[in-house]
Write a protein that binds this ligand. Structure first.
Ligand code: ADP
Ligand code: MG
Length: 324
């Protein structure tokens, strides 16, 4: 499903491009006064960018650049593409910032809990199984060499899962592509991770809604020249014996996160950062999230469960973006 469309407003043309990628949907809106902007070319280029990123980073494509490394037990160095290197090395930076809450080597645990590419019937693994797999986990078991853009596994069973960061990277990459065409007003979104630049068709900042699971009320956020990502445990989970198991894994325990944070929305300069931090914050829980976000001076908006309901909490860096 790929759509392209355009509508006219205030002498501006809005170009809409949407489709499916990375197991989710994407949607791009470009405002342009330039009647000659070649919509079909932009659409084709964006499709190509997304296909290339998937062919490098997907764990769902068995012959992707990443899968080939994941399936190999070799401890030799592997030369990798600049993009793959950039994402893995950025992921490790976020791991350090979040004290290991974000960790792309959790892949085997994601798979063990039935959320990965070989999606099985969701079962609850035994503590022994978890402990055994935890031996292969840890971002410090990835050795990166910047000079040669190569990666080396420090454990033969190391397996890297970029699902918590690749969407953000792709959003940033598409934004860079649009910038290169001097397009200055757009909204690029993949599966809820997005970047907003300039203004919308009404010459206002882009307006984004955050759903509240409580009452279907939507919080409206006005975004300009900033990226936003949301992680939530009320979308992708399974339920067994009345317990919800989230697809976000706490690398420390080897188990899906279990606390009162229902969702976290992060504002940051890049979508890659916001995407990874949102997942990390889900692991850290409400109190540590607010503390770290304030330290990093980035905006966060949390939806927290109490017994019956959900309530919201946000910090001073998020507040200026709330429209209503
Ligand atoms: P969400 O929008 O809920 O953050 P994402 O798709 O962005 O969802 O990221 C969740 C995915 O990241 C999981 O499906 C899993 O593949 C991977 N993941 C789970 N736990 C972690 C973690 N602690 N660190 C990094 N990646 C994780
Ligand atoms: Mg994420």
């Amino acid at each position: 499903m790929i759509g392209t469309g355009a509508c006219q407003n205030n002498n501006y043309k809005i170009v809409l491009i949407n489709g499916l990628t990375m197991g989710t949907t994407y949607s791009i809106k470009i405002k342009t006064a330039d009647a000659v902007v070649n919509q079909e070319k932009i659409r084709a280029d964006i499709e190509k960018i997304l296909l290339e990123i998937n062919q490098k980073m997907s764990t769902y494509i068995v012959d992707s650049e990443l899968s080939v490394i994941n399936f190999s037990n070799s401890l030799d160095s592997n030369l990798i593409s600049d993009d793959l290197f950039k994402v893995i090395s950025h992921a490790n930076t976020i791991s350090k910032t979040t004290n290991g809450a974000f960790d792309i080597t959790v892949g085997p645990l994601v798979n063990l809990w039935g959320f990965g590419p070989n999606k099985s019937e969701n079962k609850i693994p035994s503590n022994e199984e978890i402990e055994l797999i935890k031996k292969n986990i840890g971002y410090k078991k990835i050795y990166l060499n910047k000079e040669t853009t190569s990666i080396k596994k420090l454990h033969p069973d190391l397996y890297v899962d970029l699902s918590g960061i690749a969407k953000g990277f792709a959003v940033d990459k598409i934004a860079l592509y649009l910038n290169s065409y001097n397009l200055e007003n757009y909204l690029v979104e993949i599966g809820g991770e997005l970047i907003a630049k300039g203004t919308n068709e009404d010459n206002e900042v882009w307006q984004i809604g955050i759903e509240n699971p409580n009452n279907n009320l939507v919080k409206i956020i006005g975004l300009k020249d900033i990226a936003m990502a949301t992680s939530g445990d009320y979308r992708n989970y399974f339920e067994k014996n009345g317990v919800r198991y989230s697809h976000t894994i706490n690398p420390n325990t080897g188990k899906p996160i279990k606390h009162k944070l229902a969702s976290v929305t992060v504002l940051d300069k890049t979508a890659m950062n916001a995407d990874a931090l949102a997942t990390a914050f889900m692991v850290l829980g409400p109190a540590k999230t607010i503390e770290l976000a304030n330290e990093l001076k980035i905006g966060v908006y949390l939806i927290i469960k109490n017994d019956e309901n959900f309530y919201e909490e946000y910090n001073e860096y998020f507040e200026p973006f709330i429209s209503k």
